[in-house]
Write a protein that binds this ligand. Structure first.
Ligand SMILES: *[C@@H]1O[C@H](CO)[C@@H](O)[C@H](O)[C@H]1NC(C)=O
Ligand SMILES: *[C@@H]1O[C@H](CO)[C@@H](O)[C@H](O)[C@H]1NC(C)=O
Ligand SMILES: *[C@@H]1O[C@H](CO)[C@@H](O)[C@H](O)[C@H]1NC(C)=O
Ligand SMILES: *[C@@H]1O[C@H](CO)[C@@H](O)[C@H](O)[C@H]1NC(C)=O
Ligand SMILES: *[C@@H]1O[C@H](CO)[C@@H](O)[C@H](O)[C@H]1NC(C)=O
Ligand SMILES: *[C@@H]1O[C@H](CO)[C@@H](O)[C@H](O)[C@H]1NC(C)=O
Ligand SMILES: *[C@@H]1O[C@H](CO)[C@@H](O)[C@H](O)[C@H]1NC(C)=O
Ligand SMILES: *[C@@H]1O[C@H](CO)[C@@H](O)[C@H](O)[C@H]1NC(C)=O
Length: 595
């Protein structure tokens, strides 16, 4: 795993050799003599780093030592030898380090550290806990003060994110578009952007051009052609300035709900309906979403897409559309249409909007199937369009979805994060936590970072089960073969987020000991049960929450291996190609059945 307690033996060997060469002055030689007792070792080592202002003790540098193959053997290797330690440094720093830092690392030898890691991890879990009583009980039993829990790098402040995104999903005052500028997220709320006349002017210019839908990351080259423009235009299409204008027309559609429709098929169907809506100049309004019909989605979020992601249109338009649904006249005059007005062929294989010409004719060839890049295939327009539509529908997560991601990240990466945080604190947490005041750079600049995950991360979606009718099923070994292929080019890749419904696959993953696998803790399918039966056995909430978590994780991962023959992987591919990941490429075990 990422940061196992470092290998004391190899460290001592490595450091003592180097230190003997460095330690020419008397105090330092004393340090060197003291090495084997294990005390001065660290102090000298840290002194060396301190003189350069680095405090990464036990962090990445240490993992590198314990994992690497004795990198510090000869004098040519540059870890310590680059830093000279003056005798003064050695004397001064030693004191500080022994009292402050050494305590930390010594702890890791006798197990105290593991306890603190667990404590911190449980404290974070308590913060995420939905049960208020359970949370209070935890703080009391652990004797911890909530305000003394260090920030979790792998968790997102979901409430804040939702507020920020709500602002970015509404028109700015006197503007025709939301405040999308080149100042990212919270930075745009910094007082500076309001005070200065010239800045205000530039801000207005940027907003009126709307070139930066904030849910698109990466440069234009790292996304499908025209992604930014198309996303902006879809947003504008879905958010008319006046929903009550008699010329505003609507398409109101339920999500597919026959049990045979998987979650991917439902999404693909909605992408088709969005295409129809754009072609017919209607605002798409989604209604009953069976997968959100559970107790996790409360109040008006129940049975609605907006339980998981921001709604496809504004509340005003939704209200207006549902009002019109009651009017016979509106239906007859085609001011409003429903799914029943279209054939399933129109929905599933309908015409891709041509308002942006044919950007799919220059899709980057970045997908590899069976050893070669696929440059052209059939239905390229559909691939491009589904990517745009799914990206738009999932542009912002709600607090609920964001919370699910937090829980998943905390379960998978929380321990690793706790180790890193405790190492960086440099204090005897929880006894001494120090000052938690946040500075402006944290509030405005660093707050815009996505939560930490152990990068590089490869996401892998292995689908077998009842998929045989839809595509040629490939065994897990086939997927791992592709993973190994990526690793040959990127040898620092060692983590896989494994998403699968098959217990058999989880079992097999244990045989690949040179990879770290992460997966959600959910009951998996055994044998040849159909997907519908399996989902029913999980219950509606789990069978929706859990795939969506995997879906978003796959979107954010650095690499992806899947089967383009499955609608689900096809949609993940779309999200990645509109999420700045085009250049990561896509290795697929098979191709779409329509290509
Ligand atoms: C250092 O390298 C030499 C040869 O290059 C090798 O014989 C020796 O065992 C190495 N020492 C360590 C500590 O790895
Ligand atoms: C927790 O910390 C806050 C602020 O540091 C303090 O006001 C509060 O009294 C503390 N609560 C307990 C139970 O120690
Ligand atoms: C919006 O326009 C109104 C009227 O033109 C003006 O009074 C107001 O200050 C404007 N608001 C902003 C934020 O520019
Ligand atoms: C659309 O469907 C509704 C009811 O399903 C029907 O009343 C209406 O006439 C249909 N409109 C058209 C143009 O087919
Ligand atoms: C994969 O490529 C090899 C040679 O390039 C070819 O023999 C084989 O039939 C291909 N397999 C598939 C499934 O296309
Ligand atoms: C997976 O492994 C567990 C225990 O290692 C075993 O009980 C179970 O039957 C295996 N499941 C499958 C589907 O291979
Ligand atoms: C997985 O979930 C089950 C029940 O939902 C629970 O009993 C088990 O402890 C969990 N396992 C882990 C490793 O969290
Ligand atoms: C599942 O497998 C069992 C035995 O292997 C077989 O009897 C059954 O018909 C299969 N069910 C389906 C739906 O394929």
């Amino acid at each position: 795993m990422y940061m196992e307690p470092f290998n004391q033996k190899s460290l001592e060997r490595v450091v003592s050799q180097r230190a003997l060469q460095i330690g020419s002055s008397f105090p330092c030689q004393i340090c060197v003599v003291g090495f084997l007792s294990g005390v001065c070792l660290t102090s000298l080592f840290l002194a060396a780093l301190t003189s350069l202002g680095t405090f990464e003790f036990g962090g990445i540098s240490f993992s590198a030592i314990s994992l690497g193959n004795s990198p510090l053997n000869s004098s040519s290797s540059g870890f310590i030898s680059e830093y000279t330690v003056s005798s003064a440094d050695c004397k001064l720093k030693r004191k500080e380090i022994i009292t402050e830092r050494w305590v930390d690392s010594k702890g890791s030898k006798n197990g105290v550290d593991d306890e603190r890691v667990s404590l911190l991890h449980s404290a974070w879990s308590a913060l995420l806990s939905k049960s208020e009583d359970g949370e209070i009980a935890f703080w009391e039993s652990a004797g911890l003060n909530k305000s003394a829990v260090p920030n979790a790098p792998h968790l997102e402040n979901c409430k804040l994110s939702e507020q920020v995104n709500e602002r970015l999903d509404k028109r700015a005052e006197n503007e025709s578009l939301p405040p999308w500028t080149t100042w990212k997220g919270l930075l745009d709320t910094h007082p500076a952007s309001m005070l200065n006349e010239q800045l205000r002017y530039f801000r207005h210019q940027e907003i009126s051009e709307g070139a930066y839908p904030p849910w698109i990351t990466g440069s234009d080259e790292e996304n499908y052609p025209l992604t930014r423009k198309v996303q902006r235009d879809i947003w504008l299409h879905q958010h008319p300035e006046n929903c009550r204008n008699p010329n505003t027309r609507f398409l109101v559609a339920d999500w597919e709900r026959l049990p045979g429709f998987g979650i991917g098929a439902q999404l693909a169907g909605m992408c088709g309906l969005l295409a129809i809506a754009i072609n017919e100049k209607r605002v798409l309004v989604t209604s009953y979403y069976n997968r959100a019909d559970h107790d996790g989605c409360k109040g008006s979020f129940r049975s609605s897409w907006s339980c998981y992601f921001f709604p496809e249109t504004s509340q005003e338009c939704r209200d207006r559309a549902f009002e019109l649904m009651g009017s016979k006249e509106a239906l007859e005059r085609r001011i409003i249409t429903t799914k029943d007005n279209y054939t399933s062929k129109e929905i599933w294989t309908g015409r891709t909007p041509r308002v942006w010409n044919e950007p799919w004719s220059f899709l980057q060839p970045t997908t590899e199937i069976n050893g070669s890049l696929v440059a052209f295939h059939r239905k390229m327009d559909r691939r491009w369009w589904r990517a745009q539509a799914i990206r738009y529908l999932m542009r912002f997560q709600t607090q609920y979805m964001c919370g699910l991601m937090n829980v998943a990240r905390n379960a998978a990466f929380g321990k690793e994060a706790a180790k890193m945080v405790l190492t960086s604190l440099g204090r005897e947490w929880p006894e001494d936590f120090g000052n938690k005041r946040r500075s402006d750079i944290e509030e405005f600049v660093w707050a815009n970072y996505r939560p930490w995950i152990p990068r590089p991360l490869l996401s892998m979606h292995v689908r077998m089960g009842d998929k045989a009718c839809e595509m040629k099923v490939v065994e897990f070994e086939g997927y791992m073969h592709l993973a190994d292929r990526i690793r040959q080019r990127f040898p620092h890749l060692k983590s896989i987020w494994l998403s699968t419904e098959m217990q058999e696959v989880i079992n097999k993953s244990k045989l690949y000991t040179n990879w770290n696998f992460y997966y959600t803790n959910v009951t998996r399918q055994v044998g040849n049960m159909t997907m519908a039966t399996y989902e029913a056995s999980l219950g509606r909430q789990t069978s929706t929450d859990y795939p969506l978590v995997n879906f978003l994780m796959a979107t954010e991962a650095d690499f992806f291996v899947g089967a383009l023959g499955s609608t689900w992987c096809f949609l993940i591919d779309g999200m990645r190609n509109t999420g700045g990941k085009v250049m990561a490429g896509y290795l697929s075990v098979n191709k779409d059945r329509f290509w």
